[in-house]
Write a protein that binds this ligand. Sequence first.
Ligand code: GLU
Length: 488
Amino acid sequence: MNKQVRVRFAPSPTGYLHVGGARSVLFNFLFAKHCDGKFILRIEDTDTVRSTREFEEMQKQDMLWLGFRWDEGPELDGQGHGDFGPYRQSERREIYRTHVDRLLDMGLAYFCFCTDEELAQKKEAAMKAGRPPQYDGKCRHIPPAEAKMRLQAGEKAATRFWIKSQKKYILRDLVRGEVEFQEGMVGDFVILRSDGMPVYNFCCVVDDHLMEITHVLRAEEHLSNTVRQLMIYEAFGWEIPEFGHMSVVLGPDKQKLSKRHGATSVNDYRLQGYLPEAINNYIALLGWSSPDGREIIPLNEMIKLFTLDRVNSSPAVFDFVKLKWMNSVYLRSMSHQVLWHQLEPLLKADGQNFSDLTPEWIDHAVGSLKTSFETLTEGVAAFKPLSDGAFELSPEAEEVFKWPTTKSVIEEWINSLKAPGNPFLSEAEFGVIQKQIQTDRSVKGKEFFQALRVAIVGKPHGTELKSLVTLLTRKKLIARAEKALAKA
Ligand code: GLU
């Protein structure tokens, strides 16, 4: 029987969740769910200087916002979670200690007393001589008893992994195919620092083994670590999981994606009014494609379709315009009610208020405006002219008031609105009024529309009037027009 698939996302909580990290979460999640496996979250916080609980919390919040709940990992909904914990490396130090001791006992690790200065000098000398800057193995031959005495006497030592024989390693990577690591690429490397902190490559292997991880799916930048990790698996005689290294994400200029290119953290996108569904869908296409070439694929369908053989090894280029377009596709496919529900708190936060809210109004307003925005934030701007108290005359209106026709157009507009009728104008009624005023006042389209815009939104340009006039009551339209006239 095949083993149950167990994959993990293992972020270091030293910053926000980046889109590259989000892609790692997504691919691990999709693969786990596709295979009926487990998706595990492990916090790699051994870098005590750069790791913080705040960043851990923020990354977890971003994961949950995107819809990725972990099957095992640090607390979720206030509860500890899973049988392979603790899931924070800072809480597993004893485990690493015992495993370092095992390697020392097997003669596959040794204490290194070289100081940082000494190591830096050796490195420089090696580089000058054109040799790879690897550790020269000086402390290998310190007898263990002597090393213990020096430690007891208070000397500081790191623990190094002892590469007994150099050889070539071949990795059959699920994404990149066969990857060769030539012999001699790596020298004896530190697994436990002199301050007692274990090093990433070591913790990662110990945890992946003890947590029974079957597939390690992570970013390509970790490929160079993999050879060290393979050596550690070999030293312990542990089964090696499958590896899949996902290609780098580049900006439009083909340089590694960075802040310089635009928003790169999931949180930035959330604040800019992007939907998690759109982000997930877009990010999936950074290195994966569906068998039928479709681009708009909701998460539950992606789970069914996701296989690693469709993950591409060439670099993915992040296309900000396409992400925004995809966001608009998801926005527009929502029911008006649901979209309003998403907008409502943002409109409130923006100080917008709508005194004529009815389900019909919401349906009509969202329906009329939704094609004019691609993100929720743009949606907030689109609703602004409808908000109570939003009317303000802009200095640009002065130019329009200089035209001899403006005042009389607005006056007639007010009179037409005062005629008996439904509280809201229909588009057809507006059409009739427009024709009437243009004939009565002998004005062209430009003079009519700019005068009316000034009377409705306070400035001569902006949202299309046709839909706007049907979303404000006659009463409100009159009040705005009178306010404009008073300033004329
Ligand atoms: N903590 C590593 C990182 O954040 C994880 C590497 C891995 O997945 O093995 O990049």
